[in-house]
Design a binder for this molecule. Structure first.
Ligand code: MN
Length: 198
């Protein structure tokens, strides 16, 4: 079994003017590909360990797998969470769930944006379905996987690593976050929510 880089569901320039073509090319073909390759490399190393019975490097390889598999998973959600015809307001069951959890869509968007802008260093803001509370929660993810909530399902992911915006927005992460709402694919988020609660 090997992980594979998924195609973008739209052209590289489709999210302009909100996200530049060159950012999307480097981000998808460069960064996401490297997470896929390194996750595959970690799995190959684990197979070798099992066949050789030598586990001296197991800590480093497990770390490599956790970071890179999380990077692959996060970006696979992130691309589908965006659409050239996105933006606007959520609909469907997820809209009700957002209002239940955050009182209003506006309050949700404010908390999510503030979480994204305040991520320390490289990371993500994410909206998760938490089955223990049967409710949506917003989390900050440092790196690709630190501060994750176990056993929750991510349904919306916003990459705030500098590679996601620096070529266009330079050090203005807040402008990138604000512009990103105009390409959010609410239909995809509703589908992910429906699948998570099923
Ligand atoms: Mn990224």
């Amino acid at each position: 079994m090997t992980y594979e880089l998924p195609d973008l569901p739209y052209d590289y320039d489709a999210l302009e003017p909100h996200i530049d073509q060159r950012i999307m090319e480097l981000h998808h073909d460069g960064h996401h590909q490297s997470y896929v390759d390194s996750a595959n490399d970690a799995r190959e190393q684990l197979e070798e360990m099992r066949s050789d019975g030598e586990y001296d490097d197991i800590k480093a390889v497990k770390r490599q797998l956790a970071f890179n598999l999380s990077g692959h998973a996060n970006h696979s959600i992130f691309w589908e969470n965006m659409d050239p015809d996105g933006g606007g307001e959520p609909g469907g069951a997820v809209a009700d769930a957002i209002e239940d959890a955050f009182d209003s869509v506006d309050t949700f968007m404010e908390e999510f944006s503030e979480a994204a802008k305040a991520v320390e260093g490289a990371g993500w803001a994410m909206l998760f379905y938490d089955p223990l509370a049967d409710e949506l929660i917003i989390g900050q993810m440092e790196s690709q996987h630190l501060l994750a909530h176990q056993n929750t399902t991510p349904i919306l992911a916003l990459d705030v690593w500098e590679h996601a915006y620096y070529l266009q927005y330079e050090n203005n992460r807040g402008e990138y976050v604000d512009a990103w709402w105009d390409v959010v694919n609410w239909d995809d988020i509703d589908e992910r929510y429906e699948a998570a609660i099923a």
